[in-house]
Write a protein that binds this ligand. Structure first.
Ligand SMILES: Nc1ncnc2c1ncn2[C@@H]1O[C@H](COP(=O)(O)OP(=O)(O)O)[C@@H](O)[C@H]1O
Ligand SMILES: [Mg+2]
Length: 344
């Protein structure tokens, strides 16, 4: 039996661009699928097709047991969408926004009001509930957007990059809310550019690139494919790069990646902290001065590099816009959230 979200051979083109190039998905009821991919991979297009906002050129999709092309209205009643571009009316208060959604779903005014109150509490927005949404910070806006998607407690939820551009604290808060939500049995498809986010929230991950699913599995399976942990070293002297590279090659399980400009070397390893200590001793015995060394898990970049041979693309204007919505608190990239155990 197909899962709560099911897609087979989904294709969607925009002129010459094949945004979706035959996507297959199957998300069992009550589980979370993380759709992981760089900007332009086709994540939003997939979400828009699955939530009936776009009609696929070909292929089939069934959500909550309903065919999205044949019966879009019924699908819309069964899904919640919280997205990169989901609409929060700037001039309405948080409370009014939520009530309006309830009424769009034909709730009685009184019920919509009660539900709005509940959600404001749950999303830590009670204090700001009667202020216009345009006064909200980026994090508050995301929470309101998520709350709006939950007004009618849909059995199937879609979230399109719910935390892109949020600072770590707001991201953590949102993760907690999402975890609570799925513990109640909701089926969720979540798109993200962050392996770490998929790691926290998703049972299964599908990696998309150029409109195709290029890998799927649990987070551990993907990381294992990517070669486990990395040792990353920044040497003090540029002249030491070659020797350091030889040392790392001896300890590593794959190619040594070199960034000459910042004198950084990275190599996949197995063996954790013990191995790290050995690397430090070896570098030291060869007289190589180290500015920084650490062990980290693979990032989205590593997964991409290993799966596709190219790195995940840089942030586009879209990502930058999201960041500025947070009041310039800075981009929290997969790179900066990585675990780094600097050793002295
Ligand atoms: N409405 C549209 N018109 C033209 N091209 C589009 C449209 N929507 C998306 N695309 C293109 O389709 C590809 C996939 O985009 P999208 O699904 O937004 O990717 P993602 O959400 O993974 O960043 C990109 O090349 C994008 O430029
Ligand atoms: Mg997108």
């Amino acid at each position: 039996m197909p899962g709560a979200i099911y897609a087979e051979g989904l294709v969607k083109t925009f002129g010459d661009v094949r945004a979706l190039d035959g996507v297959d998905l199957d998300v069992p009821e009550g589980t979370v699928l993380g759709l992981l991919g760089p900007n332009g991979a086709g994540k939003t297009t997939a979400v828009r097709c699955l939530t009936t906002l776009l009609r696929p050129d070909s292929g089939r999709a069934v959500v909550a047991g309903i065919d999205v092309v044949r019966n879009p209205d019924a699908v819309r009643r069964s899904v919640g969408l919280s997205g990169q571009f989901a609409a929060v009316d700037e001039y309405l208060t948080g409370r009014e926004n939520l009530q309006m959604v309830g009424q769009l779903y034909q709730m009685k005014a009184k019920a919509a009001k009660a539900r709005a109150g509940e959600l404001l509490e749950q999303f830590h927005l009670a204090g700001a509930g009667d202020r216009p949404a345009k006064t909200y910070s980026g994090g508050m806006r995301r929470r309101l957007d998520l709350a709006a998607a939950l007004v009618v407690s849909p059995p199937v939820m879609f979230m399109d990059e719910p935390t892109t551009g949020l600072d770590p604290r707001n991201r953590q808060q949102l993760w907690e809310v999402i975890k609570q939500l799925v513990s109640g049995g909701t089926t969720l498809l979540l798109t993200t550019q962050y392996l770490e986010e998929a790691d926290h929230l998703a049972h299964d991950i599908a990696v998309v690139d150029h409109g195709r699913v290029i890998a799927r599995g649990t987070s551990d399976q993907l990381k294992a494919r990517t070669g486990g942990e990395r040792v990353e070293v920044v040497v003090h002297e540029r002249e030491h790069l070659t020797t350091a590279s030889e040392v790392l090659h001896g300890f590593g399980k794959g190619e040594v990646a070199l960034d000459e400009h910042i004198r950084r070397l990275t190599v996949p390893v197995t063996g954790g902290a013990k191995l790290l200590a050995e690397v430090i001793r070896e570098l030291d015995s060869r007289g190589i001065e180290i500015d920084d060394i650490g062990l980290r898990r693979p990032t989205l970049d590593d997964v991409f590099l290993s799966l596709t041979g190219h790195v995940a693309e840089e942030e586009t204007a879209e990502g930058a816009e999201d960041t500025s919505a947070e009041g310039g608190s800075g981009t929290d990239s997969a790179r900066s959230t990585r675990r780094k155990e600097a050793t002295k």
